[in-house]
Design a binder for this molecule. Sequence first.
Ligand SMILES: NC(=O)c1ccc[n+]([C@@H]2O[C@H](COP(=O)([O-])OP(=O)(O)OC[C@H]3O[C@@H](n4cnc5c(N)ncnc54)[C@H](OP(=O)(O)O)[C@@H]3O)[C@@H](O)[C@H]2O)c1
Length: 275
Amino acid sequence: MGSSVSGKRVAVLGAGKMGSILLQALLKEGLISPATTTATVAHAERARAVAKKFDIKVGTDNLEAARKADIIFVCVKPPVVVDVMKQIRPVVTAKQMIVSVAASVPTHLIEGALKPKVPVVRAMPNTPCVVEAGMTALCKGKFATQEHVDLACSLFNIFGRTVVVDEKHMDAVTGLSASGPAYIYIILESLAEAGVKVGLPRDIATLLAAQTALGAAKVVLDTGDHPAQLKDAVTTPAGCTIDGILELEEGKLRVTLIKAVVKAAQRAKELAFVS
Ligand SMILES: NC(=O)c1ccc[n+]([C@@H]2O[C@H](COP(=O)([O-])OP(=O)(O)OC[C@H]3O[C@@H](n4cnc5c(N)ncnc54)[C@H](OP(=O)(O)O)[C@@H]3O)[C@@H](O)[C@H]2O)c1
């Protein structure tokens, strides 16, 4: 399998929320063609709706969809992943490639349900993929080569940024970047509420909060500077920001966020499906 997406036939098994985000962006960017893309869902009426939406072939037969695909995206819920892999086992060979986005399902479990040597790449995207500002961490199974990883990265790069990690870090990734948008939304909601408290209209307060978060994140990414150093640059001696920071420290924002990520990562580990 070459590392270029061009001309590859794609099957998306489980075209729900995440599967549809993938289909939408890959088709829109012209990385895959409607004529060589198929998808599956559980219910026939949903299949008709998804087929109409994307103008692709959609059914409920995973085996049929997998048979002719070069890349098979697995986007069903974690508890059904192994069943779906067993369904497609008769037709999937080492010349194809599986890309699973299912949380907490290790690659060895997917590999074990398929014939030997089928390459598997596991990806953990997050919901900002929908506006192409996503963060996707990827890891490879034991039969996937660097070429497979490069190919998967080139697909997920259109949704934002990608990073390749060891599989042992995937639960930590789940707790940080996959759950992370929820934490940030709570922070944004709170900042907007604070703006209202100090007299701003809600829409302006929300805009100020969201653009400030976006800007601060962009500075960290663009400069590579340490967040603490950037925070110091905003904090004038005896100015306003230091008073705000004192409140954050007293409210234990720092330790609360750390504990949130630790708990979510632990939960991802607990949910891990074992063979
Ligand atoms: N949502 C996120 O933020 C997010 C982030 C990272 C990873 N993920 C992963 O993405 C996967 C899907 O999550 P989701 O939120 O997209 O769930 P979802 O919207 O419920 O989508 C699941 C899809 O799977 C279909 N399905 C169920 N059983 C099937 C079967 N046996 N064969 C073929 N299709 C089947 C369902 O069909 P019907 O529509 O007919 O019911 C539905 O379209 C999960 O493994 C999750 O861990 C999600």
